[in-house]
Design a protein around this ligand. Structure first.
Ligand code: NI
Length: 157
């Protein structure tokens, strides 16, 4: 395993739409292992592959000590609403309030390609939404209260 460099906004790769994972092979396993190590080394709750410059739909998360790998994740159900502070390893020293669903159901594949479904609330729901946004080139600063100012300040888009 190896730590990888986390891209920082306004790196343009963070704005790309990532491609679905088709091959569940050694290259994917190595990437996921590296993402896990990189996330823990940076005290993150989640990390999406594009944040390490690999534009595929793969995510790792740790919610209250439970580790998740989500490949090709899709939200199939959501309900309720929560507003709380969010941050991002690709955004650095800026946290801001973002509205998210309170509860989500997500369909994904594991590293071997097997499909599974999981429902979670609060931090889980917030983190899944945040990470799936990364796969679509979106960042929490696009949605947060003071995000536009921050984007302008960084000279980003
Ligand atoms: Ni993030």
């Amino acid at each position: 395993m190896a730590k990888r460099k986390v891209l920082k906004f306004p790196d343009e790769r963070l704005r790309k739409i990532s491609k679905p994972v088709i091959e569940f092979d050694d290259e994917l396993f190595e990437l996921l292992d590296d993402m896990r190590e990189t996330m823990y080394a940076n005290d993150g709750m989640g990390l999406a592959a594009p944040q390490v410059g690999v534009l595929i739909r793969a995510v790792v998360m740790d919610i209250n000590g439970n580790f998740f790998e989500l490949i090709n994740p899709k939200i199939t159900f959501q309900e309720g609403e929560q507003i709380d502070e969010e941050g991002c390893l690709s955004v650095g020293n800026f946290n801001d309030k973002v509205k998210r669903p309170m509860k989500v159901t997500v369909e994904a594949q594991d590293r071997l390609g097997y499909k599974y479904q999981i429902t979670g609330e609060k931090y889980f729901a917030r983190c899944v939404c945040h990470e799936i946004d990364h796969l679509d080139g979106k960042l929490f600063i696009d949605k947060s209260e003071n995000g536009k100012e921050f984007i302008k300040k960084c000279g980003g888009k």
